[in-house]
Design a protein around this ligand. Structure first.
Ligand SMILES: Nc1ncnc2c1ncn2[C@@H]1O[C@H](COP(=O)(O)OP(=O)(O)OP(=O)(O)O)[C@@H](O)[C@H]1O
Ligand SMILES: [Mg+2]
Length: 280
């Protein structure tokens, strides 16, 4: 007689077969609704993802695999993480890749750190922005926090002038300082998202998020097209860096939490490795 664990394996495999059949049926129905040729072959080809978007190469080794090909072009992506989790580094690396290797000029709007400092830090990570700035492929500016309208028109102007395809606003959490109420924040973020989406760019905005602080997700995370979470969390006696995709409209992506490192060469994600294993 088969023991309990054999039985469990058998039940699980039956369930997973049923699930697959159900998903296939639903997807075939969807294909019909979309007016596509819903042949079995077509379905097999498209199962999982349908490519509606061009992809933007992030420049962060490993993350494009986690995103099944890169960030869908034009997606407004929030990089959320706690202090020192790597948000600014991610933004710098993203801009560097665009300007250096993809022919996509970029603008970094810093609301906190001075551009000179950012350029120095980037150099420490192996990204030399100086020649790119001289060649007019990258602009790193600090925007004063006077008025939101001024910031918005500055963004429009520099993006147009630079013919930018990538934009980073860091730390986006500071945008909240313009407002006193959450409602005002919401309205402003919707306006900002609207403005950015009208331009032919892929924007990244960094925000604060920390597991330890037990912070709730906010407007920025809900309104964005994609949210990449960066964790720097204590596990046992070490601080572990981890990355996960909370959402990314327009693509399937890994649902796992992956480890990453920051060092010379910037952020490096290990898509084949998992921080947590599924419980047996
Ligand atoms: N050249 C480097 N080599 C190795 N590690 C580095 C290097 N530069 C930065 N780091 C690591 O990255 C961390 C900071 O990354 P970064 O500034 O991108 O984080 P952040 O999330 O933007 O932080 P903050 O919340 O302070 O703005 C540092 O604390 C350090 O551990
Ligand atoms: Mg930072």
């Amino acid at each position: 007689m088969a023991d309990f664990s054999d039985k469990l394996v058998e039940i699980r495999s039956q369930m997973s077969e049923k699930k697959k059949k159900r998903e296939k049926k639903v997807s075939m129905k969807k294909a019909k609704v979309l007016g596509e040729k819903s042949s079995e072959k077509m379905f097999e080809k498209n199962f999982g993802i349908k490519e509606y978007f061009d992809r933007v190469k992030s420049g962060v080794p490993g993350i494009d695999e986690v995103l099944h090909g890169g960030i869908p072009k034009g997606n407004l992506v929030v990089i959320a993480g706690g202090p020192g989790s790597g948000k600014t580094s991610f933004g710098l690396q993203f801009l560097y890749e665009g300007a250096k290797n993809q022919g996509e000029p970029g603008v970094f709007i810093s609301l906190e750190e001075e551009p000179e400092r950012l350029i120095k830090n980037a150099k420490g990570l192996g990204f030399d922005f100086e020649p790119l700035i001289k060649e007019g492929k990258v602009l790193i500016i600090k925007s004063a926090m006077y008025q939101l309208n001024t910031l918005f028109s500055n963004i429009k102007e520099v993006v147009r002038k630079m013919k930018a395809k990538r934009l980073v606003i860091d730390p986006g959490a500071l945008l909240r300082l313009f407002f006193e109420t959450e409602i005002e924040v919401r309205k402003a973020f919707v306006d900002l998202a609207g403005l950015l989406k009208k331009m032919d760019i892929t924007p990244l905005i960094t925000t604060d998020f920390s597991l330890e602080a037990g912070k709730q997700f906010e407007m920025e995370e809900y309104a964005a097209d994609g949210v990449i979470l960066l964790y720097h969390t204590r596990i046992g006696n070490i601080y572990q860096r981890m990355i996960a995709i909370l959402k990314m409209r327009g693509t399937s992506h890994s649902e796992k939490v992956h480890p990453f490192k920051i060092g010379y060469g910037g952020i490096m994600v290990y898509p084949e490795e998992e921080v947590f294993r599924e419980m047996e």
